[in-house]
Design a protein around this ligand. Structure first.
Ligand SMILES: Cc1cc2nc3c(=O)[nH]c(=O)nc-3n(C[C@H](O)[C@H](O)[C@H](O)COP(=O)(O)O)c2cc1C
Length: 406
């Protein structure tokens, strides 16, 4: 299948499924129809490398919009459908309050932790995000470098503009490889072998992209210029002809087995949103469960991961780490997720905005800001290290609404 770059405007994945959106069957558009491949028709992408000052991560989206081209901003900032799930991801954190604990003698806090054997400077990793060529001229490179300098782990998407080897070479930090399982089994096998040979420590299988979703901000940008978003991961094995964007549309638990057997690495399932699916994943032998709704970009009106976290943690019963992402913008959000049982959290868009605004330095600033904010929250909550953040560090906010304060 030839890859239609315009599909990227409709999906973070460009999944090949033909889904009718806004009266158009996306998969029927040919590349020639949609994007004449001339330099004049590519749009400028930020190429910044500079220090940025951050007051709050909440400011970054508006700041990044000033430097990003319209297609890139719509692609990154948008969600699916009415974007209810995207908003809910943030709103769900505020249903929990943090128990302050002053006079606790906590003169400092240690934010460092370990996830699947990798030591990281704080319990926040970078979520896999494809097509970062729409954010920065160097694609993933600023983001992976910034994560490494900040001492944390980076997840590389299989639909990146650089190869998994080139991204790995840009940092000494720990890395996991996220695979959108290609339809071509030979190419899927090749990518898993290459990830293992390159030193990736785990494989992430993302499960929520069987069909292209309705990203309407992007649909409205029909005709906008696109950058060069060619795929960095192309087959190297003679006779293998797959395309990273031509992915399976019928994922099942056997794909987890396949990834584990071919890579020999721990396999993490990303996109879990219920206790039932978490139990199935454990039966399937996963090394970690990752709660995610793809940042509200796939199934609108699906719940926020934070809402489902307590029941998933109860189902997992400590047998494997639980990872969560979606709408995390504050040290308070990281703290609340950890208190509810997450081992680590992942952030997506904030790192992309950091990359657009300041390249690797911008990304490092995002991590440093979030780490400092978490450190402050930990000290105010009387939790000197990550393992001391416990379930009783937070309570349901409704309980406080009912309190008589007279
Ligand atoms: C621009 C963009 C591209 C993404 N691409 C991928 C991808 O290739 N693979 C994947 O598993 N998730 C992808 N995601 C989802 C993220 O891994 C993550 O689940 C989500 O961004 C977390 O929400 P947040 O952006 O609110 O932090 C993408 C998200 C964004 C914003």
């Amino acid at each position: 299948m030839s890859f239609n770059r315009r599909n990227l405007l409709f999906s973070s994945t460009g999944a090949a499924a033909a889904l009718s959106i806004a009266g158009q069957t996306l998969a029927q558009k040919s590349p020639a129809e949609s994007i004449p491949p001339t330099p004049a028709n590519t749009s400028s992408v930020p190429n910044n490398e500079k220090k940025i000052n951050i007051v709050t991560l909440r400011d970054l989206e508006a700041e990044a919009q000033k430097v990003m081209a319209p297609f890139g901003f719509a692609y990154v900032s948008g969600g699916a459908g009415d974007e209810w799930t995207m908003r809910e991801n943030m709103a769900a954190f505020d249903r929990w309050v943090i128990n302050a604990e002053f006079m606790n003698g906590t003169g400092s806090a240690d934010t460092s932790t370990t996830i699947l054997g990798s030591k990281i400077s704080y319990p926040v990793i970078t979520a896999p995000m494809g097509n970062q060529g729409s954010v920065h001229a160097q694609g993933d490179i600023p983001n992976v470098k910034g994560a490494g300098t900040a001492g944390t782990l980076y997840c590389v998407s299989s639909v990146a503009q650089q190869s998994l080897e080139d991204i790995a070479a840009a940092t000494d930090g720990p890395k996991w490889f996220q695979l959108y399982v290609p339809r071509d089994r030979g190419f899927a096998r090749e990518l898993l072998h290459r990830a293992k040979a390159t030193g990736y420590k785990a494989i992430i299988i993302t499960a929520d992209v069987d069909v292209t979703s309705n990203r309407e901000r992007s649909v409205r940008l029909q005709g906008a210029a696109l950058p060069n978003l060619s795929m960095g991961n192309v087959p190297k094995t003679p006779g293998v002809t797959g395309n990273a964007m031509d992915m399976k549309g019928d994922m099942s638990w056997s794909d987890i087995d396949f990834a584990r057997q071919e890579s020999g690495l721990p396999v993490i399932i990303k996109s879990i949103l219920s206790a039932k699916q978490a139990r199935q994943a454990l039966q399937g032998g996963v090394a970690a469960v990752w709660l995610s709704n793809h940042g509200g970009r796939q199934l609108d009106n699906s719940p926020a991961p934070t809402t489902m976290l307590p029941s998933v943690v109860a189902a997992v019963r400590g047998r494997v780490p639980v990872i969560i992402d979606g709408g995390i913008l504050r040290g308070q959000d990281v703290f609340r997720a950890l208190a509810l049982g997450a081992s680590v959290v992942a952030i997506g868009r904030p790192t992309l905005y950091g990359s657009a605004l300041g390249g690797a330095e911008g990304v490092e600033a995002v991590h440093t800001h979030l780490k400092n904010e978490l450190n402050m929250v930990m000290r105010l909550a009387g939790t000197p290290d990550v393992k001391s953040i416990k379930r009783d560090s937070v309570e349901r906010a409704e309980a406080f609404l009912a309190v008589d304060i007279t």
